[in-house]
Design a binder for this molecule. Structure first.
Ligand SMILES: Nc1ncnc2c1ncn2[C@@H]1O[C@H](COP(=O)(O)OP(=O)(O)O)[C@@H](O)[C@H]1O
Ligand SMILES: [Mg+2]
Length: 328
């Protein structure tokens, strides 16, 4: 079994583009430095911020913050496109099979490009297994429900297993070595590292023909580093920025994005609903499709569709086997 081609970092083909923030109205060198240190390194990230959150994070008045945001929006010329442009963009959406027919039906054919799909559930429920499976099925021929494209795998919990990919690839009739060579893998160690790696990943999207970006798991580092009420706002703001980065990868490169998430299981809160995903409303707004996976009876896993813009809720039962995830 060959080793994966890189560990700890992508072999990025180029640096992410940086912008000169002092081009914005109301931003001098000092403010530019503050913006950058708070993670506002692109016009997009500023354009989508709220005046209150920007004001709080760089220590200016909300009026000044509004001015900076307006200026960033002007630079980007964002806002309006015709419904026809939007229709053309959506026509390119691809649905990537999960390799499980009943699950594909539940989610309308497969996981969609230009969209962030979230799977959340307790420890050991099978989120990482599903991520491995999609890292394989994305590479299947188009007539088999695949996308014939490569995969970026961002691993925050160090649970990626190339051996498991090889097993699943064989079960789907793919060459294990070729399948592994099409997965670009990075381990991340902190939330800042995760931000940075995701930014660098952008340079790989086109050259490596990436069709799926996996973040397993999305917020474990954010949760671990920002504990307590007083840091919650900063955490949510960073998470918001991060979701925008992911959405950009999805839309600009017509890629699917799969993120895994934990459930809230904080015994110290009375109201801690153990079936609620972590991350709050920022995450909830950012994802378009939300799946919940849990252990059922006799080893089955129950996958429930919790949120979709156009599909009804429902659930399916699957099994985790040597050959990957299969129908129960
Ligand atoms: N090769 C395999 N054959 C059968 N079951 C497996 C295999 N590999 C992992 N599993 C099962 O997958 C489960 C772990 O799922 P995982 O995706 O790591 O959970 P999560 O990411 O939700 O914490 C375990 O119950 C384990 O038994
Ligand atoms: Mg996992």
């Amino acid at each position: 079994m060959p080793r994966k081609k890189s560990e700890g970092d992508f072999e990025a083909g180029g640096e992410p583009t940086t912008v000169d923030l002092t081009e914005l109205e109301g931003v001098g060198p000092q403010t530019a430095g503050k913006l950058a240190s708070m993670g506002y390194t692109t016009f997009e990230s500023i354009a989508v911020a709220s005046p209150a959150e920007l004001a709080a994070s760089i220590g200016v008045s909300e009026t000044t913050a509004s001015k900076i945001i307006a200026s960033a929006r002007k630079r980007l010329k964002i806002g309006v496109e015709t419904a026809y442009d939007y229709y053309l963009k959506r026509k390119n959406i691809v649905k990537i099979t999960t390799g499980v027919r009943s699950l594909d039906s539940l989610i309308g054919g497969g996981i969609e490009t230009q969209t962030i799909t979230e799977i959340y559930g307790p420890y050991g429920s099978g989120k990482t297994q599903l991520a491995h499976q999609l890292a394989v099925t994305t590479q299947l021929p188009i007539d088999k429900g695949g996308y014939e494209k490569g995969v970026l795998y961002i691993d925050t919990e160090h649970t990626f297993r190339p051996e498991r990919i090889a097993q699943i690839a064989e079960a789907f009739g793919l060459d294990p070595v070729e399948t592994l060579k099409n997965i670009w893998y990075a381990r991340v160690f902190t939330s800042d590292h995760q931000m940075l790696i995701t930014e660098k990943a952008e340079a790989l999207m086109r050259p490596k023909n990436i069709g799926l970006v996996i973040i397993d798991s999305l917020i474990s580092h954010f949760r671990g580093e920002y504990v307590g009420r007083e840091t919650l706002a900063v955490r949510q703001q960073k998470l918001n920025l991060y979701m925008h980065k992911l959405l950009k990868l999805a839309t600009v490169y017509n890629a699917a994005v799969l993120v895994t998430n934990q459930v809230l299981a904080d015994p110290s809160t009375f109201y801690g609903d153990p079936t609620r995903p972590a991350g709050g409303h920022i995450l909830g707004h950012g994802v378009t499709m939300r799946l919940y996976i849990r252990k059922g009876k006799k080893g089955v896993r129950v996958i429930r569709l919790m949120k979709s813009p156009y599909l009804p809720e429902g659930e399916v039962e699957v099994l985790i086997t040597e050959k990957g995830i299969i129908e129960a």
